[in-house]
Write a protein that binds this ligand. Sequence first.
Ligand SMILES: Cc1cc2nc3c(=O)[nH]c(=O)nc-3n(C[C@H](O)[C@H](O)[C@H](O)COP(=O)(O)OP(=O)(O)OC[C@H]3O[C@@H](n4cnc5c(N)ncnc54)[C@H](O)[C@@H]3O)c2cc1C
Length: 573
Amino acid sequence: MNIEITIDKLAGHDQQGVIGKLYKQAGDDIVEGDVLFTIESGKGTMKYTSKYTGVMVSLNIDEGDIIKKNQVVGHIQGDESQCRKEEKVSKVDKKQSYSFGIHTPTKEEIHCDVLVIGGGPGGYVAAIRATQLGKKVVLVEKDKLGGTCLNYGCIPTKALVQSVSVLNHIKESSHYGFDISDFAIDFKKVMGRKDEVINQLVSGIQGLMENNNIRVITGEAVVKDDLTIGVKTKKLDVTINYHKMVLATGAVPIRIPISGSELCEVLTSKEVLELEEIPESMTVIGGGIIGMEIAFILNALGAEVSVVEYLPNILDCLDHDVSDVVRQSAIDKGIHIYDGAKAMSIKKTMNQKMITEINIKEESYLISSDIVLMAVGRKANLESLDYEKLGIKLNKKGNGIEIDEFMRTSNEHIYAIGDITNKIQLAHVASHQGMIAAEHIAKIEHPMRYDLIPSAIFTMPEVGSVGLSERQAEEMNQQVKVVKFPLMACGKAIAMNEPEGFVKLIIAQEDKTLLGGAIVGAHSTDLIATITQLIQDKVTVEEALKVVYAHPTLGESIHEALLMADDRGVHFG
Ligand SMILES: Cc1cc2nc3c(=O)[nH]c(=O)nc-3n(C[C@H](O)[C@H](O)[C@H](O)COP(=O)(O)OP(=O)(O)OC[C@H]3O[C@@H](n4cnc5c(N)ncnc54)[C@H](O)[C@@H]3O)c2cc1C
């Protein structure tokens, strides 16, 4: 996307100014927040910071040039529409962007054993583990501790899932014997609660950093050379020398390059989680985990939701009998699912409606909505640091940092963890990789394995899955037995009025050990830990059946599925 660099603001009511110092030139990588140039006026020096991340393709000004308000002075080739964000720049941010007069940041030189860049679930966990192992640790975070997970991802979505779960119970209250026909949604409060949950958890992490004596520097880390990182803020000008560095700079949302994807009403998950009112309608491009979770949330809140998925099925990472339960539930709730459909373009009508053109089997269709959510995946944040300067290689596909099983990169001093490695983009993977990296720095060797990473999908109903799927077993010609215990045969699920779904187990024919499992249904994201442990410990069905499960619990469904695997199902099969 070609983005214009426009002089949208000048000091006070000034209509023109003079270009002071140029900090960037054509060809430079630009990260959102980078100072591009300064503008001088009678009122002082104003820094012009980039609102975009990308590459500067042109800059048509020189030091001393006079520029006018609204003048276009160059272009950035970027991939993220920031228009929503621009509207929401807080007063605090504005103050930071435009600094008048001269500030002299305090210079400081820091030496540490371990420098962690990025305070998400990868970075902050690595920092804590390294401190536990006796290292002096410094963590640099340019935004908020907790990273994507706490601020813009896992936690806000789950806080909203909880709110709409309460709402769904209210809607079904007559089934339980209550008459709550008169209720209203206070969306501001719903979002306010979400923010409270975030704030509570972020301040919890701040407390953990303090308790562990981890110095946290708020600012953007910039590579000076392969052993030195700089962080410059209004107050500080820090040079950090490290013995080992852990990179945990995360990932950013992808926008597919179709016409209209840069429109302000085309949002990523980050902006959707900051909506101020419930849209009447939303089109979701991408029926993967993030797209489907948000589709269910907004549908429950009353929006008309359409999901466009390019693959033949939504949640295509799952066995189709599992994803079909979610698909049917979505359809029953009124969500329109268009799978096997390619989004072609997005246009805006005169009355502010977004028209998404989709193609199904070479036929073209149009979907009208207030907003469009682009949920087509996230890419490693490879622009956030100068990895070449650090001497770090990318993986074969060039879409993540290359690491070994201990998270070592091609530079012996540097480790990389989390979404930036593009192994599996999940918070618990980032945290586990963080522990492994910190331990390896302290000479403890625990190699990472990726075959037993559970996944938790917070649709309605939820899905938990781990290990081998039935489809993967077929592709690998693995001889397996597959059993499915339906939750409608589980007393607790009936009592909860949540009989949708099943427990599915994949068992090796040869030695009767568990290879994989998926649960679709209530609380499945919590229950999947039991199956993960059984697989990790290579437990046979016979051994697993010695465990007594409490009654009445949803966990009994795992027991019942194990009984079925041993051809002695009691309540089913
Ligand atoms: C809507 C949504 C829902 C999700 N739900 C789930 C879920 O339910 N379960 C789950 O497991 N995962 C979920 N995820 C994925 C999860 O959020 C990520 O996998 C996880 O946050 C990755 O952790 P990380 O530490 O690698 O990176 P991040 O959490 O992205 O943290 C990276 C940090 O690095 C900082 N940074 C980057 N560059 C610099 C620099 N140069 N200097 C200083 N700081 C820098 C960033 O500001 C950021 O805070 C979800 C994601 C989204 C978007």
